[in-house]
Design a protein. Structure first.
Length: 168
């Protein structure tokens, strides 16, 4: 399947490649992994978030992800830039799917290459945790014996770098 980003910035600071993208349907990790591979990397780490078949004891048939695309890409790029500043990484990339996904399909992918594994693990964990916390993407679960419902999300928060601009 061809990864077709619906919205991504025209370029990233390092390597002139987008660092975060939204994709229609499922995320395809092979093309993303190729963007992260570097000969100087001693470590590569990827996180894959899949649609599971149960949540809170309810059988799930699939999910629908909705997003505010322009803001999602901006926030995703910001999170990756923060990870690149905090950790000694070579390349950080991430993608999130929107639209309808079936059980077993890939919804979110984060990949990090670094000279050493500790930085790869830390950066990957940072990116997925911050995406879950801050990305304007909403998840609606579809159930076997109940109507679909949006899952409660974490309220959006302002990144520390922008708190001063908002004032009290």
């Amino acid at each position: 399947m061809n990864v077709s980003p619906i919205l991504a910035p025209s370029s990233a600071k390092k390597f002139n490649v987008r660092t975060f993208s939204l994709v229609r349907k499922t995320v395809e990790p092979d093309a993303l992994r190729c963007q992260v591979e570097r000969p100087e990397a001693g470590a590569f780490l990827a996180f894959e978030g899949w649609v599971r078949n149960r949540n809170d004891g309810h059988p799930v048939t699939g999910l629908t992800y909705e997003a505010y695309p322009e803001l999602a890409v901006t926030v995703g790029e910001q999170i990756i830039a923060e990870a690149e500043e905090r950790f000694d990484t070579l390349v950080v990339r991430a993608a999130h799917a929107i639209g309808e996904l079936n059980v077993g399909e890939l919804a979110v992918w984060v990949g990090v290459s670094a000279a050493h594994r500790d930085d790869a693990f830390a950066a990957c964990r940072y990116v997925i945790d911050e995406l879950k916390e801050r990305l304007p993407v909403w998840k609606r679960e579809h159930y076997v014996n109940a109507p679909p419902q949006f899952l409660p999300g974490t309220p959006m928060r302002v990144a520390p770098a922008h708190e001063e601009a908002l004032g009290d």
